[in-house]
Design a protein around this ligand. Structure first.
Ligand code: HEM
Length: 124
């Protein structure tokens, strides 16, 4: 009886070791990352971000999140070119400095949140 118990617990132990090792080696599947860790957040790659690089379809990655700014662009209080060039790109630096060493205001930071569509994943 003791021998059997020993055999089973040893077998169970090695089975667990094998499954942990296998999942560590295989890593998290890309589909799981794409859905986000919580199953709700959309994780957007640089390649996908780059597909939305026009004024008619403009996404930007800012401070780790991705924003769909298509609807906002016409309201931006500068010449369109100042902001348009950042469509499809990682634009944290541009947003933080307005391209001129001055940060956007707190109200603007809050407004930005309304356009968030996902998290940014740097690797393509
Ligand atoms: C990412 C590239 C961006 C650049 C280079 C940029 C640049 C600028 C510049 C030059 C101004 C003129 C204000 C001044 O003369 O101080 C400005 C103002 C403003 N921008 Fe942007 N902007 C960018 C993105 C955004 C985004 C994504 C939003 C909102 C969703 C936004 C909202 C505003 C607002 C509300 C103002 C006026 C109030 C403020 O300065 O906070 N901008 N921006």
């Amino acid at each position: 009886m003791t021998k059997r118990l020993f055999f089973f617990s040893t077998a169970l132990f090695w089975a667990l070791v094998a499954s942990v090792t296998t999942s560590a080696l295989l890593g998290t599947p890309d589909e799981a990352i794409a859905e986000g860790q919580d199953g709700k957040t959309r994780v957007i790659s640089a390649a996908e971000l780059a597909k939305h690089a026009s004024i008619k379809d403009c996404w930007m990655a800012i401070r780790g999140s991705v924003y769909d700014l298509t609807a906002y662009l016409p309201q931006h209080p500068t010449r369109p070119e100042v902001i348009d060039v950042w469509c499809g790109k990682e634009a944290t630096g541009a947003y933080n400095t307005k391209g001129a060493g001055r940060p956007h205001g707190k109200y603007t930071d809050q407004m930005l949140g309304m356009y968030q569509i996902g998290e940014f994943r740097k690797k393509p």
